[in-house]
Structures are given as C-alpha cells and as structure tokens.
Design a protein around this ligand. Sequence first.
Ligand code: ZN
Ligand code: ZN
Length: 578
Amino acid sequence: MSCGLLGLCQYETYKLVRIQSVRLGSLKWTLNATILLFICIIMLWNRNYQEFDLVVSSVTTKVKGVAQTYLPGVGDVVWDGIDYSGPSQDKNSFFVVTNVIVTKNQKQGKCPEVPLKGRLCRSDKDCNKGAWDHQSHGIQTGSCVKFDVLRKTCEVSAWCPIETKTTPPRPALLAAAENFTVLIKNNIKFPAFNFIRRNILPQMNEAYLKSCRRGNDSLCPIFRLGDVVREAGEKFSQMAVEGGVIGILIKWDCNLDQLMHRCLPRYSFIRLDEKESNKTLYPGLNFRYAKYNTVNGEEERTLYKAFGIRFDVMVFGQAGKFSFIQLIIYIGSTLSYYALTTMFIDWLIGTSCYSSEVGQNYSEKKVDTVRDQEKCILCVAYVDENNLRLVKRSKKRSLQDIKPISVHPRKEDTGHLNAIFCLLQPGFGADRNTLPPLGHKADPNPKPGRPAWCKCGCCAPSSLPQEALCCRRSDGACITSSPLFEQLVLSRSLLEAVLWYRGPLSPLDQVQTAALRHCAYGQYISWRFGFPPADTHPAIPSCCVWRIRKEYPNPDGQYSGFRPVRTPSMQAYSDGEL
Ligand code: ZN
Ligand code: ZN
C-alpha cells in the first residue's frame, strides 16, 4: 500500500550527459537550424497552419457560333447553337456536333438489309422470317432481294431506306466548330468559411467579356473550342471526325487569410477518352437522333448519326484559413524531427568517424550497465595476469575452471594505494621489522591434500565450487608468499589503522579478531582488484582466505564461507560478509 502511494508521489526524469565540445555544439545548432528552416519552408509551402475546406460548385455553359456547311444529299446548311449542341445536355458538360451522317426521308416499309459483314443471301432459303439480331436494322421478311447489281441481301421490315454509310466523312463536315466559343459560368462555395465566389469576377464587365481572349488572359471565362482542344494536346480537325471527350478542369486553390488573400480559378484541359482511334474497337463519340415530320399524311423521319466532342467541366479545389489549432498540431508533429540531431550526433560519436576517445568517454558516462542480480557474476584476479576476469557462477564446476564471459582491465584504486603508502611509512606501527625474506619460493613438493585446480600449492580443498579458486592461472609461487601480502593484508597494525580510520572513537584494544579478518579480506580486494566492475563480486582465492583465517582465526573454527551478496559494495566486503 505504502509502495503504491509512494509511486504516486514520484516523478522520474531523464539523466542527461553534457559533452563540452565546440565542434559537437556547433554541429548540434547547425542541424537544429537546418531542421527548423526545413519545417518553416514546408509549413509555408503546404500552408500547414491553415484549416481547409473543399469546394462545392455549380456549372452552366453557353456555346455560341454559326457555321455554314455542305451536307451530302441535303445541300448547304447553316448550323447554329441549337443544331450543333445536340438534343441533350448533361449537368456539367456540353456537346458540340462536329461530323454527321444524314439519312433523309425514312419511312416504315420493306427494303434490303445493308450487306454488312457477309450478310449476303443467294435465295429465300437463306432468310428466316421474323429473325433479327443486335446488328439488324429491321425484322427479316423471309425473302432474298437485290441490294445492288452484284449483291443480294435479306429483305427487312424497317425504316427505309436504311442508313448505309458506316464510317464518318473525312474531313469532318462541321470542322468549323473550332471557332465556336463557350461561356462557362461557375459558382463556388466553401461552406466552412461561408465564402462564395464566381469565375466571372466582379471587375469583369460586358465590354471585357466581349473582348477577352484566353491567349492573353488566363482568367477569361470564354473559351474558343479550338483553343481548348489544342491545350489538351489534340488537333481539332482530327478529333472532329470521330468525336471524343475533353475535360475542362477548373481548380480553385484559395487562401482566405487577409494578408495573402487570393482566390482565382485556374483552367486546364485534358483529353479523357482513348486517343488512338485506330487501335480502339469503338472509337470516338457518336449517337443517333431523328427529326420527324409528316408528308401527305405519312410519317417520315430524317436520321442523324452525330459525331462530336463532349466537354466535361470538372471543378475541384480547396480553401485554407489560418487556424491556431492546426498550427499547434503542426508544430507538435514536427517536434520529433529534432530527435534526428540527437540520433545523428550519437551515431557520429559511436562510429570511429569522430574521436574514439570521446566515444569511449561518452558511452561510459551515458550507459550504466545493470545486470540481473539473479545471475551472479564473479570477478576473478590472478597474480600472473593483469586483467580481471568476469565469470558466471556455476554450481558444478570449480571457479578456477569456468571460462570467463569477459575480460576487463584492472582499474587501480589510487586513493587506497596512497593511504597504504602513508601507513607503511617507517615509524608507523610496531611490526615494521618483521618483513619476511624476499623471493620466498613456493613449496616445490605440493602438499598431499592439494586439490587438482590449485596451481600455487597453498589452497585447501573445498566442497563448494565457488570457493575452488587459486591465486594463479599457471604453476608458480603463491601470492601469500609475497612480502607485500604480509604488509598489505595481514599486518595487524595496518588493519587496526584501517578500522580506526573507519571508527575513530572505537577503542583499539577491543578490536575483535573477526573484524580484523574481514578487514584483511577488504584489503586484499582493494589491492588485487582496485575498483572491480560494477555489479560483480570479487572472489578471493582459497590460499589467501586460509592464510588470513590462519592469522585471524575464529576460535570455534567455523567460517561462513563465500556468499556473493545481493547488493554488492566495497562496504559489504569489508563489513564481514566473508
Ligand atoms: Zn592455489
Ligand atoms: Zn596461492
């Protein structure tokens, strides 16, 4: 419960490492300035600080122009707006007839079918009464009649005579429609901003509309059809033959901010249908319509197959207006870009591109390695090696035989070293003169009880694998035979001084043997390990442990043995964990 409450009353923040470096500092500011510049340019370019609304619009068109043309079988005809606009108009489009096949004076009757795709016959047997298909012009009567001097076809009941021409005339009969003009009226609204506008701008008066040309005024709402088709990348005379579809795009990109107010239409043109007419199965655009009249009480019709160009007007666009919320959202979304600076500089330091010294220094300061405490990592120092070995504790193999997981250089504890040299000054303590002779040799004949893993000949057998550690890697003299071992680890006056230093007011004559023994372990660790790597437990060789125990024994002969502790610290080792 108290744990949960404590959690509520806490705030964690990140610890940062500051590198004092002119080069890295200026690099950081250069990168940040570049990112800021980039963000500002993008913001102004895309107007990310604005709220947007899509256009709603209506379009009406009016085509004007008159052309005189010769129609085969009809003669000279003047076409005006009603003739060439075709019978119907879609909502946002208009149609202009550019080519036509006329079949005059059709009446209900019987006549020979058009000889299309081998629809020929020899006798009445080839024709079935009542038969028709989707390409027939009428219903067969069952007789085979002459179509012309050479060919015979089945007779049909139909509007006669049947339209015979299948391909549109070349050049197009109404190619003069190129010079027709169209007035496009486009009203738009942006509902979110309640903003209304027309493509016929307030300053455009009648005189302007009469004289304006798209060629020199891109805002002119009157277009010559030839210009429209040319801007769509086509030739009017070619397109007029079979017809087609042209898109007229009106784009409104409005900025409704007062400072940069702008809301004008932009016109562009594209061809929307298949251009390669010789590769397409049903090219162009055509439809049929008829005009009916009554001659002498009998109904007649004139059939028109009209080819033409349909113009689809498409309006799209958006308007933007400054919005504080959008600005905040945009700023928020760009903050992550600044992390690129950190990523780049961290990468630069991490690679060898930059000074490796700085990199080492930086990563040591930045990264704290914490090991899972359950996996107990032991630290081992051999007298015949300069490095410290880190080994994983094993319950089966002796510590001496386990392969190291990593090797670290030894970090000297200089403070400890200095203190020791002070304490070793002549005149301090009593047993200065009891130095053992230098060059003390190891026992050439190992004791019979020497375990197999021992290389120095001084270790004692142990049933615990974590205690099976020698002071050496290879055969040779034991570290306990060094005169320094006596002075640094075993010297009573030195140990008393250390204990006294820790507890200045504790009476020296009451110092317990156990305290001296534990202090001796601490001395050995400081001497041989310096600062051991974090979260590791220094392991003292068996020969040293037994030598210290021999000097400062427990009267009942019981020792707790080596127990790696959960929260290792130098204090723990010197405070009697061993
Ligand atoms: Zn040994
Ligand atoms: Zn030894």
